[in-house]
Ligand binder design. Structure first.
Ligand code: NAD
Length: 353
């Protein structure tokens, strides 16, 4: 298992170090894991004047999987677009052909009070949002702002090919088979032809998965249902723009951004794994960050790239038990619990494994 490790900026190095510690447990038990670090984001702009330098490009191409912390920080916000940390993130996703973004929204029973929703609505929530990541209106041409009839005119183009839709649906159905065998495909077929095609292709792909139940939902209703009765969903699959919005909505149902992992996969299950949150410059360098989203991202890496369900579950169970013991970083702390540092949280997970 060749893993490229990209700590990035802000809290990135602190949280990634904890996930590497967890992987080292497996290594010490005989698993063949090779890790190598490289620069991405603001740190790479400083060192190489490029947010995704050549050495990093080579390393991630040769690796089976990439573990990423987070990139960005206020000191780079005024840089020219090409020299912004986030540009490195877009380029790595494009370079590796990562078309499938998987974001679980899980609410651990111990953290139910972190959610703004009533406990009975969210307790035990476990949804997986599968978002198409390389197509749709975000990449469509033509696009722009120009003068037409004497006024400014903005335009974008929503488009999907049949094959692009088909491949992301296969990811969703495959993931559902490892869960509760329910897929909800989200579209806006009553208004947008492009998503009518999405709807039709979903029906066709579903025939190959008779053991998985497919339902369809319009995106406006899906946004409502996510806050009304989120536990009705197992896997939700949708396009790039709807997925961008719904995955953030779903993650906020849990109220704890420091807990949520993500995976972005290519055709062959090579993946980039990273927490859903950013580089948290406000707490960087203080050993305060919650490393659990990054540790859970490593668990996703074992599940999706290395097909090692046993060790993926083992890490997830260790995290669950640490929470059951009342061990908390500051972001998820409540009175009566034991507040620990980022490093101590990593140590607690390792000890539990
Ligand atoms: P953020 O997610 O970094 O932080 C939002 C809030 O959540 C902050 O108060 C932060 O302290 C807290 N937080 C986030 N992760 C935490 C953790 N693991 N433990 C404890 N608290 C945590 O979002 P932001 O402040 O909007 O962005 C900061 C920087 O991160 C920006 O430069 C942004 O561009 C970048 N960013 C990067 C990514 C990525 O690398 N994928 C994603 C989002 C934002």
């Amino acid at each position: 298992m060749k893993i490229a490790v990209l700590p990035g900026d802000g809290i990135g190095p602190e949280i990634v170090a904890q996930a590497v510690k967890v992987m080292n447990v497996l290594k010490s038990e005989g698993m063949k894991i090779e890790t190598e670090e490289a620069l991405l984001g603001g740190c790479a702009v400083e060192a190489a004047k490029d947010p995704f330098p050549e050495a990093t490009q080579k390393l991630v191409k040769a690796a089976d999987a990439v573990l990423l912390g987070a990139v960005g920080g206020p000191q780079w916000d005024t840089n020219p677009r090409e020299l912004r940390p986030e540009r490195g993130l877009l380029r790595i996703r494009k370079d590796l052909g990562l078309f499938a973004n998987l974001r679980p929204a899980i609410l651990y029973p111990e953290l139910v009070s972190a959610s703004t929703l009533k406990p009975e609505v969210v307790a035990g929530l476990d949804i997986l949002i599968v978002r198409e990541l390389t197509g749709d209106i975000y990449f469509g041409q033509p696009r722009g702002i120009e003068i037409r009839n004497g006024e400014r005119y903005g335009f974008n183009t929503m488009h999907y090919s049949e094959s692009e839709i088909r491949r992301i649906l296969h990811v969703a159905f495959g993931a559902a088979r490892k869960r509760n065998r329910k897929v909800c495909s989200v579209d806006k077929m009553n208004v947008l032809e492009c998503t009518q095609l999405w709807h039709d292709v979903a029906d066709e792909v579903a025939k190959e998965y008779p053991d998985v139940q497919l339902t369809h939902m319009l995106v406006d209703n899906a946004a409502m249902q996510l806050v009304k009765n989120p536990k009705q969903f197992d896997v939700m699959v949708t396009g790039n723009m709807f997925g961008d919005i719904l995955s953030d909505e779903a993650s906020m149902l849990t109220g704890s951004i420091g807990m949520l992992p993500s995976a972005s996969l290519d055709q062959n299950n090579k993946g980039l794994y990273e927490p859903s949150h950013g580089s948290a410059p406000d707490i960087a360098g203080k050993d305060l960050a919650n490393p659990l989203a990054t540790i859970l991202s490593a668990a996703m890496m074992l599940r999706y790239t290395f097909a090692d369900e046993a060790n993926a579950s083992r890490i997830e169970n260790a995290v669950r038990k640490v929470l059951q013991q009342g061990i908390r970083t500051g972001d998820i702390y409540e009175a009566g619990m034991k507040k620990v540092s980022c490093t101590a949280m990593g140590d607690a997970v390792v000890a539990m494994m």
